[in-house]
Design a protein around this ligand. Structure first.
Ligand code: ATP
Ligand code: MG
Length: 382
């Protein structure tokens, strides 16, 4: 027997124009199937929406699973029944009989014009049962309960409870990006913001093990696992040993320029990997002005090394907003753990807050071949 408990999943129409539609829907379905694995009976498509059938006891788990899927605008829990008036009335009565007597209204819509009742007729006839037989007061303007009825393809969906989704686009539809992932607050959130726009991230982490601890690496694995909850598959994490390059730069480059040089060579390596993996952009967790390496001048100097676009989804956000997002996405508790980052290795004094491309290139030019060799070595040893 077909399950009567269902969730109608609505997605953002704006992304559905033209030939992208089928592609978008397929990706969304893949994401939902992964998240809700083992929780549902079947998923079917009806007039631009998805209907997921589930066993009643799985409701909480379904809510959690769909709450991790980018591309869902909102979803509604309800029951499905036949589209004849009597079936709808019986089902509505079942849904209301145990409810507290609050004011209500019925809001109906029908997909097919040849359906024998108008929306108003459905609203009036189903509303009448709830009002007259069960004693619920009607309020058209300010109801406490709204029963939505959608009639599609000879079925009626009676929907009572709406949950907002994450919005955005399904992970995968926009292609791949390489995300430079540290274990701080910012870059995991940056990765999630790009996932929200349909990007599939390849995570790239630079470590200076054994100068930095194994725990720092463990945290990165945990972050990878949390980010993967929002993806149809476990995300790839590439670890790059960075201390060789840092040691070399520590000998050759004055301390005040090192952070900018570290960042440039992180981007150089990230771009190399992006080309191998057919990713179209690099992503960092920079927020303008947050630290010395994130002044506009240093962002300019750092970005210059890469030809691929460097996306900085948090450029215009405050730390507090980033931490709020980290809480909502679930990365906060890992990111807040103390760790040693590779970037503080071989740093003395304060880094320059303003550098120019010209001065950096002058320092870098004679080292360039050696740096490229070391960078390729670091990638190869991976
Ligand atoms: P985060 O909270 O993401 O660590 P932050 O505010 O600490 O950021 P920085 O440490 O200066 O700032 O790092 C800026 C960006 O550079 C990070 O958001 C990240 O994208 C990248 N980055 C820094 N360290 C690493 C690392 N060890 N591996 C990969 N990427 C890194
Ligand atoms: Mg950091």
């Amino acid at each position: 027997m077909e399950k009567e408990h269902c969730v109608i999943i609505h997605y953002a129409e704006i992304a559905l124009k033209g030939h992208n539609r089928a592609f978008f829907e397929k990706a969304l379905l893949l994401n939902i199937k992964k998240q809700a694995e083992g929780l549902y009976e079947k998923i079917v498509r009806i007039s631009g929406r998805l209907v997921l059938y589930y066993a009643e006891e799985k409701k909480e788990e379904i809510t959690k699973a769909l709450g991790n899927v980018f591309g869902i605008h909102h979803f509604e829990f309800g029951r499905v029944t036949g589209a004849d008036m009597q079936s709808m009335q019986v089902k509505a009565r079942e849904m209301f009989v145990k409810k507290e007597k609050k004011s209500f209204r019925v809001t109906a819509s029908r997909a097919e014009k040849q359906y024998p009742f108008t929306s108003q007729e459905i609203e009036r006839e189903v509303g009448r049962v709830i009002h007259e037989e069960l004693g619920f007061p009607v309020s058209l303007d300010n109801p406490e309960i709204v029963l939505a009825i959608e009639v599609v393809e000879n079925k009626a969906y009676l929907l009572g409870e709406r949950v907002e989704g994450l919005g955005g686009l399904p992970v995968g539809v926009s292609g791949k990006v390489v995300v430079l992932l540290s274990n701080g607050f910012d870059s995991p959130v940056a990765a999630l913001r790009m996932m929200k726009r349909g990007c599939l991230p390849i995570l790239l982490h630079f470590h200076s093990y054994p100068y930095t601890s194994k725990d720092a690496l463990e945290n990165v694995y945990k972050l990878r696992d949390i980010l993967s909850r929002y993806s149809p598959k476990q995300l790839e994490l590439i670890e790059i040993p960075f201390s060789g390059i840092q040691q070399f730069l520590a000998i050759k480059v004055p301390s005040e320029f090192r952070i900018v040089m570290y960042r440039r060579w992180m981007l150089w390596i990230a771009e190399h990997i992006a080309r191998q993996k057919k990713a179209h952009a690099l992503v960092t967790g920079d927020s303008v002005g947050q630290v010395a390496s994130q002044t506009l001048e240093n962002i300019e100097t750092i970005s210059e090394i890469a030809a691929l676009p460097v996306l900085r989804p948090l450029a215009g956000t405050d730390k507090e907003e980033i931490i709020d997002m980290a809480r909502a996405y679930g990365t906060h508790d890992i990111s807040k753990l103390p760790y040693d980052d590779c970037c503080s290795l071989f740093m003395e004094g304060s880094p320059r807050t303003k550098t120019t491309v010209e001065e950096i290139k002058k320092i870098e030019e004679p080292l360039r071949l050696m740096l490229e060799e070391k960078a390729l070595q670091a990638i190869g040893g991976n």
